[in-house]
Design a protein around this ligand. Structure first.
Ligand code: SAH
Ligand code: SF4
Ligand code: F3S
Length: 435
């Protein structure tokens, strides 16, 4: 009998990277992926709990397939929600067979090999939480988790509970993994962590994120290196200098501001001030004038007044981020802020969200427009699904670009003239040379 799995992923890039490794491990041991949950012998949901809505979505997804139990389908809740609630999940959702947090996902292929005779719960810390990579010849770009967990305990955030404490992956293992992927055709890697700048803080030796980034950039044949997410408090001059010195590092810095009010930042336990944030932005722009800066804003945190919000608006207008991810505060059990009254009304959160979105839309549009007539070096990732003979890539500032071309440009850098932008893409036409 063919063993088939269906996988649904919620949440951030960390979950997508976990899903990709799990997918490859399963396929490597004889499983087949299906796009139809009804056909699957194992239904895997990789969950996120960052906001209540994300959590509800994954649990209602699994609930809607509980009828498959009759056919013997194994239902698995993996990822952050699984780790947060453990056994409790089984009481509320008795149709779930396996509950497995992000630090134990590497056990899933082995677990699924045998019939599930009793419920399984795997949560908490693990001394080797990183899943090995099963090699593939199909990819030209790849996400590489370099840390797990987080030690920052921002007062609103569930990640330190959902993913545990910070654990950095051995630098030699990371370099080996990237080198062998490059040998198989990978040309673009994104180093991933909840706060990549903290990489190595749990090591006895002195290897830090700057050292790792510098070594990764020197790998022969690697055309592009990106990383996510940077914390404003830990974005050092050293890291920015290494970015500036290495032409294959993406000129994009994703540094979540969260709020433009020092009072709110303090209550969020973010450990930096607006002034420090602006200083990082200035340092980055001095070293790399063409850098694109993107950010997250969390609005409606307890006690956020109109005047606090206006300070956020002011900073957004001042910095001119290329892109902004705006979230409405959602109280999370187990966090420090959960004890505070969620006292910004739903309507007010909605209003602030709309205001910020409109301001940002205008800025993003102007920045996209400024590329018109310019030439960019675009790394081509894949074929466009919607537009025939068109390909999707990213320029050095990580903006998505669409252009006409032929299959042979995938995995290469194409000099492209930008003539327009539409639906979040820069539209370009290929100039002759490419490498
Ligand atoms: N590690 C990253 C962000 C991780 S979570 C950092 O420190 O910046 C991604 C984003 O989700 C956060 O930047 C924040 O804006 C948002 N977020 C986190 N907890 C939230 C909550 N309780 N409610 C709403 N948004 C939240
Ligand atoms: Fe959450 Fe803060 Fe850690 Fe980011 S740095 S994952 S917001 S605790
Ligand atoms: Fe969500 Fe976990 Fe990422 S809670 S945002 S999937 S680290």
């Amino acid at each position: 009998m063919i063993k088939t799995f269906f996988i649904r992923v919620y949440g951030c890039q960390m979950n997508f990277a976990d899903a990709e490794r799990l997918r490859r491990a399963l396929v490597g041991s004889g499983w087949k992926e299906t796009e139809n949950p009804e056909e699957a012998s194992a239904l895997l949901a990789i969950s996120c709990s960052i906001r209540q809505k994300a959590e509800n979505r994954v649990l209602s997804f699994l609930s809607s397939y509980k009828h498959l139990k009759k056919k013997g389908t194994v239902l698995c809740l993996l990822g952050c929600t699984a780790n947060l609630y453990g056994e409790e999940i089984l009481k509320r959702f008795p149709f779930i067979d396996v509950v497995c947090g992000p630090n134990h996902i590497s056990y899933i292929p082995q677990i699924l090999e045998n019939p599930i005779t009793k419920k399984m719960v795997l949560t908490g810390e693990n001394s080797s939480p990183f899943m090995e990579l099963v090699e593939s010849n199909e990819e030209t770009s790849m996400m590489i988790p370099i840390t797990k967990g987080c030690n920052n305990f921002c007062s609103y955030c569930v990640v330190p509970m959902a993913r545990g404490r910070l654990q950095s992956k051995d630098p030699q293992k990371i370099l080996k993994e990237i080198k062998s992927s490059v040998n198989r055709g990978v040309r673009y890697v994104v180093l991933l962590g909840q706060n990549v700048n903290e990489y190595g803080k749990d090591f006895k030796n002195k290897c830090d994120f700057g050292d790792l980034l510098s070594d990764v950039c020197k790998i022969n044949g690697l055309l592009r290196v990106g990383f996510l997410t940077s914390h404003p408090e830990d974005t050092s001059k050293k890291i920015l200098q290494i970015m500036a010195e290495n032409q294959n590092v993406i000129r994009r810095l994703h540094i979540p501001l969260q709020s433009g009010s020092n009072k709110i930042l303090r209550n969020m336990n973010r450990k930096y001030t607006v002034e420090k944030f602006l200083n990082v932005v200035e340092m980055a722009r001095n070293l790399m004038p063409d850098i694109s800066i993107t950010s997250d804003i969390l609005l409606g945190f307890p006690e956020e007044t109109d005047s606090d919000f206006n300070e956020t608006l002011k900073i957004v207008e001042k910095v001119r981020f290329s892109e902004l991810y705006i979230f409405k505060y959602s109280p999370r059990p187990g966090t420090k802020a959960y004890l505070l009254k969620d006292n910004v009304s739903k309507e007010e959160k909605e209003h602030r969200h709309r205001t910020l979105l409109e301001t940002q839309k205008k800025i993003s549009n102007e920045i996209m427009q400024s590329f018109s007539g310019k030439t960019c070096e675009v790394f081509i990732e894949r074929k466009s699904i919607k537009k025939q003979n068109h390909f999707i890539g990213r320029n050095i500032q990580d903006f998505p670009v669409i252009l006409e071309g032929t299959e042979d440009i995938i995995g290469k850098i194409v000099r492209t003239k930008i003539f327009n932008h539409s639906d979040g893409f820069l539209c370009g036409s290929k100039l002759e040379e490419y490498q």
